[in-house]
Design a protein around this ligand. Structure first.
Ligand SMILES: Cc1ncc(COP(=O)(O)O)c(C=O)c1O
Length: 430
């Protein structure tokens, strides 16, 4: 694909020297039916994008140990029904023990084809149709779909914003709990804001929910991506036993190891009754052979690769923060505490583009039943047209996302540099 010319004088340094794994060489995903690249090219047109930085997966080759394990399994050419190897759950259990100090009892683990299906099953277990499911927003847009798939209604409790950082607003959260609020979905680290919640914060939310009879569904799929100075606290390790017993945690190797389409995940809880209720919804743990092979390989030999990946992504965060501050101040970025996502404040750009007025005008021209056009959708279109960079409109992430865009930094530094330079070039022409 042709790249837009870089803005003169906007250069980015690359590190990566002396590392065992190569994250620096761009790895094209175009032509693999990827949502991050191919789906955007289908939406915006051929050659419209040189940097797909939207959907939340990484652009890297997966860890070499995973590819080796998959290649070895591919040599046997029968794909009949699988007798789930016992070693699979024990691999998940050992990884969680070794890496995070979590003790999962084998009977307290349910397999799943991913976090989404797990959350939908949990909502079916705890939240009757038509009841409210609480979320602290901005939060991951996929949860909106899960809540609707379970026949429930979203209840948004916006977080507080101070000094560019999102913070818990417990009073606000409690105001949103009513008799028909049965579950809260909590994301740690939080997609898209990048908050890594502390033990005190998690406990405060957990105590409130336990007191009000709200089950806490904890999505920790991004837990490996934590920037230096912050610490991932597994919810199930909180000191308050009652709080822990009122929760279910959801995980997968997919974010860390680029395995999303392998459709393999799991959930665990110390509360046997909660898991039994989820299982009783008809929840399916029928995962596929390749997903199992890949996840096992990740969890037995992938740690050195993951350590380098996490450091690399941290470098991308640092670089993006500095770049926006120095070269593209119409976009503000305060470095995330976790995830590989940058939650950008584009309010100055929205003002400069007159996007609020233009979005209102575009919405007026649409049928009343159509989805409204938001200012950040127009920012997305603008950046595709002028910079050939696709990033996600913040309006998809609920209340508090109206002036934000989510940029996925899990890509090679060359692709990141191209995206940043193109954005700076476009803003410079405004
Ligand atoms: C916070 C969060 N939860 C869940 C998912 C999706 O998980 P899965 O692919 O396992 O269904 C994503 C993917 O972007 C995510 O960011």
């Amino acid at each position: 694909m042709a790249a837009l010319a870089s803005t003169p004088g906007v250069l980015l340094s690359a590190d990566g020297a002396g590392k065992a794994f190569d994250f620096d060489t761009p790895y094209s995903r175009v032509g693999t039916d990827s949502i991050k690249w191919d789906a955007q090219l289908r939406t915006f047109g051929k050659d419209s994008i040189v940097a797909g930085m939207g959907i939340s997966d990484t652009d890297f080759r997966t860890a070499p140990v995973i590819t080796q394990a998959l290649n070895a399994r591919m040599k046997h050419e029968n794909w009949g029904y699988l007798d789930m190897p016992r070693s699979f759950t024990s691999t998940i259990i050992s990884w969680n023990k070794r890496r995070y100090g979590i003790e999962i009892h084998p009977d307290r683990l349910l397999l799943s084809t991913g976090v989404h299906p797990s959350i939908v099953s949990a909502l079916r277990a705890f939240s009757p149709r038509g009841s409210k499911v609480l979320m602290m927003t901005p939060c991951y847009d996929g949860f909106f779909g899960d809540i609707s798939a379970a026949g429930c209604v979203v209840e948004q409790s916006p977080m507080k914003l101070a000094d560019g950082r999102y913070q818990l607003d417990l009073e606000e959260l409690e105001r949103h709990i009513s008799a028909d609020t049965k579950s809260l979905i909590l994301c740690n680290p939080n997609n898209p804001t990048g908050n890594v919640w502390t033990a005190a914060e998690l406990t405060a939310v957990g105590e409130l929910c336990t007191r009000r009879g709200v089950v806490v569904l904890v999505d920790e799929i991004h837990c490996d991506f934590v920037t230096p100075g912050h610490k991932y606290t597994p919810y199930c390790l909180l000191n308050n036993r009652e709080v822990v017993m009122n929760s279910v945690t959801f995980k997968s190797a997919s974010k860390a190891f680029s395995l999303s389409a392998m459709k393999c995940g799991w959930m665990y809880s110390d509360n046997a009754d909660y898991l039994a209720r989820i299982a009783a919804t008809g929840h399916s743990g029928d995962i596929n052979t390749l997903g199992i092979v890949a996840t096992q390989a990740a969890y037995t030999g992938g740690e050195p690769w993951l350590a380098e990946l996490v450091a690399y992504v941290d470098g991308n965060h640092t670089l993006a923060e500095k770049f926006f501050r120095e070269k593209a101040p119409l976009i503000r970025y305060v470095k995330a505490q976790g995830t590989y996502l940058a939650w950008l404040d584009v309010s100055p750009l929205i003002a400069k583009l007159g996007a609020v007025e233009k979005a209102a005008e575009a919405t007026r021209k649409r049928p009343a039943s159509a989805r409204p056009i938001t200012p950040t959708m127009l920012v997305q279109n603008y950046l595709v047209k002028e910079a050939k960079v696709q990033i996600n409109p913040g309006s998809a992430y609920g209340l508090g996302g109206e002036t934000r865009m989510r940029m996925n930094l899990a890509t090679s530094r060359k692709t990141l540099a191209l995206a940043l330079n193109n954005i700076a070039g476009a803003l410079g022409r405004l």
